[in-house]
Design a protein around this ligand. Sequence first.
Ligand SMILES: Nc1ncnc2c1ncn2[C@@H]1O[C@H](COP(=O)(O)OP(=O)(O)OP(=O)(O)O)[C@@H](O)[C@H]1O
Length: 367
Amino acid sequence: MNTQELYSHLGKVVEPDILESLADLEMISQVTKKLGGYSVELLTYPANGGYFDPIADQMEQIAQEYGVPLEIKARAMTDAEIKKLESHLLDKTLIKDGENRVNRLMAPGSRTRVLGFSSGKGGVGKSSVTVGVASALARRGHSVGILDADVYGFSIPRMLGAVRPPSLIGKVMIPPVRFGIKTMSVGYFVADDTPVIWRGPMLHKALEQFLLDVFWGEIDYLCVDLPPGTGDVTLSLAEYLPKIETFVVTTPQDAAERVAQRSALAARKLKLPLRGVIENMSYFRGDDKKRYDIFGKGGGESLAQSLELPLIGTIPIEIALREGGDVGNPIVFASPESEVSVEFMRIAQVIEAMGPARIYKSELKVR
Ligand SMILES: Nc1ncnc2c1ncn2[C@@H]1O[C@H](COP(=O)(O)OP(=O)(O)OP(=O)(O)O)[C@@H](O)[C@H]1O
């Protein structure tokens, strides 16, 4: 093996958050031959020191496969190298749309579908459903991102076990990736026990940044965990994400269904296209294989009927779902055969099959 061949093998290693190859990102130096083996430099950007190990492990594995000793050294990128990487990422993040710069995922003609998950009130499992559907779409081979817009009750980083904060390369924010899913949340910027007491304009600004300056790339699906009800944040999002297709999450309980209906009608007033209803905590299957309707029956169906929307899924109560959410191991990946996971996979298929909503309000733009 010559140095060029080894370089081309090592260059195929994928950077864990940017999800592009080291060669494309120019993050490894030429391989050099040295006494008894080879040496290569891995260039790190300011916050990715912690990623050195997983990348280096993969490079070592490749070298071992070819039976060549390899020394890997980390080197911090120079300012000029960071600038170059930033411009590479900016090209893939922003696109000119007339006078405006818009994030590629919001540009007209972008292939990204934006799926919003809303609920009338907290605690019905909206975040769990967002993670479940996003995980199922990822397992079906799509590129997926989750935007945690539930700014006061953020839970996505915990549910996905995402512990690394986003890195900043120049102006571009790199969303941490877990289970192949890009994630962005206010939770990355505040300590877990700190209540978010930002005022409207600050939240507006944070969301604007999450949508404009984040390197989402042209993902297939952006799943948005909306705050419960229809407050300020949802209003802002409706402006920023004119392509958002909303799914209403409810429980079988009558009361939850009525609150969900109010919020769905408000969403309709905001002209957020509603695409379907998902009923969560629909039943519990006991060890005796029987279904127990713990929270009653029929809430999802009756909400769907009153809103003239399809009921696209009924998700059972499953202890493993709650446990997976608590430790950052989503059930769709942890137990793909469970009834809940099978249902999430089915819902993902239904969403795929229904295709994007045909709306684009060109007058609504960021900046
Ligand atoms: N189908 C389910 N089976 C078991 N536990 C569930 C299920 N759905 C949600 N849970 C659990 O219920 C709790 C609330 O869920 P979640 O955080 O997803 O709700 P939410 O509607 O997003 O709430 P909030 O808006 O308050 O953040 C979590 O502990 C979650 O693990």
